[in-house]
Design a protein around this ligand. Structure first.
Ligand code: FAD
Length: 412
């Protein structure tokens, strides 16, 4: 690594930023590292926000990745409550909203994403919430009281995780989804049907194929109006309809963006001294030969490691099959790979036993992805099979008399 005059500046202080700083230091980087994050908390993990942090089972001390003192001891300067307003690529500086100018030799953009806001009548009423940050959860949880009526707009992972926590906390919960099934963007029909039935059995009023025309209320929320004319009464509304990448800093600086900051295999943007990692970046995935944004902890960590290795002049780390998880009730869903382009699915195990997996195959029986419910071996072996583009006959995958180890050994 060349010696730096000003050092490495990381914009954003989330999962990806934290991993980048850590990988740089453990990789032997001696240059100054400065991390600038606009939130009040030091870098923290977001997955518990809609799970154990929302339920109260996990406190902020366990959500935070490391306290500020530990970062200082590792010689990483983490500054919270600082928002970066602009980048000057020719001067190799950035400006904060407080008017400070900071020089950098290498810049890492780890700005994450923000919630997609719904521009519908009533969306600014008191009692309407989104969920992205610790502060969002603190505000939402303050309204959680047994008997309170919560309407969730959007049945993706976050919406359904919140539904599970809320119904257990004694709230009356309705979950509204415009698509014909829950989790439609991320999972196959078997998984959607299973989770829909599970939420209904737990007492959630699940409405699919239901468009939302507005939120009713006068000052405070009283309900959610559906396109078919019905209104679902509510005291609280949580909107979870996806995220948009925070790419404006890069775009305004003339860096190539296309629904995400476009990066190469080393996480470099169109400016080779500027990297982009995590939710804000669009990368090429060799495994599926397509470019995309991945919104996951796995991606944030992997891209951070790739950027750090490139800055240090080290060989890149081996790539992992994309993975994800979701906790709802006593169900652990673990996903490996991307199922979107599948031609057929194979069910292994019994959904009624709350322990099963759905494998997603292309037309040539290549295993593209697996969704495993309470099924660790299916997830682990499936991840490995997906990663080596393995092919398997559907009847072999479905045969529960064979262990996943035996099945993985048969993958062509
Ligand atoms: P972030 O963690 O969002 O960090 C970006 C930070 O940059 C933010 O703090 C932001 O405020 C800051 N920032 C942005 N712009 C500026 C600026 N101009 N100046 C200063 N700071 C700035 N993934 C999983 O794999 N499994 C899960 O179960 C899972 N559950 C999730 C549950 C919830 C509720 C949420 C919100 C996400 C979940 N995810 C999950 C996704 C995962 O948390 C994200 O993919 C991951 O946090 C992305 O990390 P990141 O560092 O790219 O972005």
């Amino acid at each position: 690594m060349t010696s730096f005059q000003h050092g490495i500046v990381i914009v954003g202080a989330g999962q990806a930023a934290a991993q980048a700083a850590q990988s740089l230091r453990t990789g032997g980087c001696t240059a100054p590292i400065l991390m600038l994050g606009e939130e009040a908390a030091p870098p923290y993990q977001r997955p518990p926000l809609s799970k154990a942090y929302l339920s109260g089972a996990m406190g902020l001390d366990r959500v935070v990745l490391k306290p500020l003192e530990t970062w200082a001891a590792e010689d990483v300067n983490v500054r919270t409550g600082v928002r970066v307003a602009g980048i000057d690529r020719s001067a190799r500086t950035l400006a904060t909203t407080d008017g400070e100018t900071i020089a950098w030799d290498k810049l890492i953009l780890a700005t994450g994403s923000r919630v997609r806001r719904l521009a519908i009548p009533g969306s600014t009423l008191d009692g309407v919430f989104y969920l992205r940050t610790v502060a969002d959860v603190d505000d939402l949880r303050a309204r959680f009281a047994p008997g309170a009526r919560l309407a969730i707009v959007g049945c993706g992972y976050i919406g359904l995780e919140v539904a599970a926590v809320a119904v257990k906390a004694g709230l009356s919960v309705a979950a509204i989804e415009a698509a014909p099934r829950v989790l439609a963007r991320v999972a196959g029909e078997e998984i959607s049907a299973f989770y829909e039935a599970e939420h209904r059995a737990q007492g959630v009023d699940v409405r699919t194929g239901a468009g939302v025309s507005g939120i009713t209320g006068d000052g405070a929320v009283t309900g959610v109006a559906l396109s078919d004319g019905t209104t679902i009464p509510a005291d609280i509304v949580l909107i979870g309809v996806g995220i948009v990448p925070n790419q404006e800093l890069a775009a305004d600086a003339g860096i190539v963006c296309a629904d995400g900051i476009v990066v190469d295999a080393a996480s470099r943007t169109s400016d080779p001294d500027v990297y982009a990692i995590g939710d804000c970046a669009r990368r090429h995935l060799e495994l599926y030969d397509r470019t995309m944004r991945l919104e996951s902890v796995h991606n944030a960590i992997e891209q951070a490691k790739l950027a750090a290795a490139d800055i240090l002049g080290h060989a890149p780390p081996a790539l992992e099959t994309p993975w994800f998880w979701s906790d709802q009730y006593d169900l652990k869903l673990q996903t490996a790979g991307l199922s979107q382009a599948h031609a057929r699915t194979v069910l292994r195990g019994d959904p009624a036993a709350r322990r099963f997996a759905v494998f997603y195959l292309d037309a040539d029986d290549r295993v593209l992805a697996v969704d495993a419910v309470n099924s660790g071996p299916e997830f682990l072996a499936g991840k490995q099979i997906v990663g080596r583009k393995g092919r398997l006959a559907p009847d072999v995958l479905a045969d529960t008399s064979l262990s996943m180890k035996e099945i993985a050994a048969r993958a062509a």
